[in-house]
Design a protein around this ligand. Structure first.
Ligand SMILES: NC(=O)c1ccc[n+]([C@@H]2O[C@H](COP(=O)([O-])OP(=O)(O)OC[C@H]3O[C@@H](n4cnc5c(N)ncnc54)[C@H](OP(=O)(O)O)[C@@H]3O)[C@@H](O)[C@H]2O)c1
Length: 315
């Protein structure tokens, strides 16, 4: 499949039909692309459960959505901090108890470009802990419900996967020796992608039906670069945002909404904006670098992730 499949404009929400019988879970949906993805899905009548860490921001996001889309909009939130495995477990328990179907679990939340090495509650380097281990555990604990629904898992990756070490640094997963704001973020996004493609392999081997899709949002105007990012990164990003090379957060949400809803997408593929440097442009299939599919590394990462999260993935 290429962008041509969707015409010159690429994939847009105009392709969406009525989603009133569907339920989508989105991590980190109080702002940025996650928030925009929620709005697009809700506009089509879907139910959206946000999995967010901050109650106040979540209530505000829900109030804003209801103001725009109507008081009966089916949006709710369950508190979940990906930086704390116990919080992920608690949220998954709540989802399994209260949500009857999961048409797609969209693993969207992330942190990026943190100037100094910091750790999650469980002692993991924070990028890897939140972006990868947190989502690995969540997907594991919700897998059965996604399977029962015949649903999908969508991993929101980043073009950064090919800008860092281009492999998994098993000998020093916490970057004690070589912490670097960009390389460490890119490492965590590569880990998320390797997890997704390995999950596809294991689903196939286990004869299960869940589809796993991987996308990236290009360069989108969101709050990803924050106060804890290096000064130079903040300055560069604000300058970039002055030019049309950076697209809106809404456009950045298209690939994840597409992966959550569109029929006949490919496995072992990578979707996102296809324009110059993949910053923006029509949404379609992007080139996937072969090092992401290194079987030995994918399998080793899987075992490490099961050990670190203390949860075997039953497929
Ligand atoms: N924007 C871009 O140009 C770009 C480029 C490449 C990839 N991406 C990817 O796009 C995805 C969405 O990011 P964005 O650009 O929309 O950034 P964003 O505006 O900063 O949104 C990130 C979301 O993740 C949440 N989050 C962060 N840490 C969390 C934690 N410990 N537990 C639960 N939620 C947490 C944030 O919650 P709080 O508001 O509470 O902090 C926020 O809701 C990410 O996967 C990112 O890697 C973005």
């Amino acid at each position: 499949m290429s962008k041509e499949k969707f015409g010159k404009e690429g994939w847009t929400p105009q392709r969406l039909g009525n989603l009133s019988d569907k339920t989508y879970l989105i991590t980190g949906a109080n702002t940025g692309t996650g928030f925009e993805a929620a709005k697009i899905l809700l506009t089509k009548g879907a139910e959206v459960v946000m999995l967010n860490r901050n109650e106040q921001k979540s209530n505000k996001a829900i109030a804003d959505i209801k103001e725009q889309l109507g008081a009966n909009t089916k949006v709710s939130f369950i508190k979940m901090d990906l930086a704390e495995l116990s919080s992920v477990r608690h949220a998954a328990e709540e989802v399994n108890k209260t949500v009857s179907r999961i048409d797609a679990l969209i693993c969207n939340a992330a942190i990026a470009q943190v100037a100094k090495q910091t750790f999650t509650t469980d002692g993991f380097e924070r990028n890897l802990g939140i972006n990868h281990y947190g989502h690995f555990l969540l997907a594991n604990l919700l897998f059965d419900k996604v399977e029962q629904t015949g649903g999908r898992i969508v991993v929101v990756a980043s073009e950064g996967y090919k800008m860092g070490l281009k492999t998994i640094q098993f000998e020093d997963m916490n970057f004690d020796k070589n912490y670097h704001p960009n390389n460490t973020y890119c490492h965590s996004k590569l880990a998320q992608m390797m997890f997704a493609y390995e999950l596809q392999n294991r689903i196939k081997a286990a004869n299960k039906s869940v589809k796993v899709y991987v996308c990236h949002p290009g360069a989108s105007k969101t709050s990803l670069i924050r106060k804890d990012s290096p000064l130079m990164t903040r300055v560069m990003w604000s300058i970039m945002c002055l030019f049309p090379i950076v697209q809106s957060a809404e456009q950045g949400a298209y690939p994840e909404v597409m992966c959550a809803t569109e029929a006949e997408l490919k496995q072992q593929a990578y979707y996102g904006p296809t324009g110059r440097m993949y910053f923006s442009g029509p949404v379609g299939e992007c080139k996937l670098e072969p090092f992401v599919l290194d079987q030995a590394i994918m399998r080793k990462l899987w075992t490490v992730s099961e050990n670190k999260t203390g949860q075997k993935f039953q497929l």
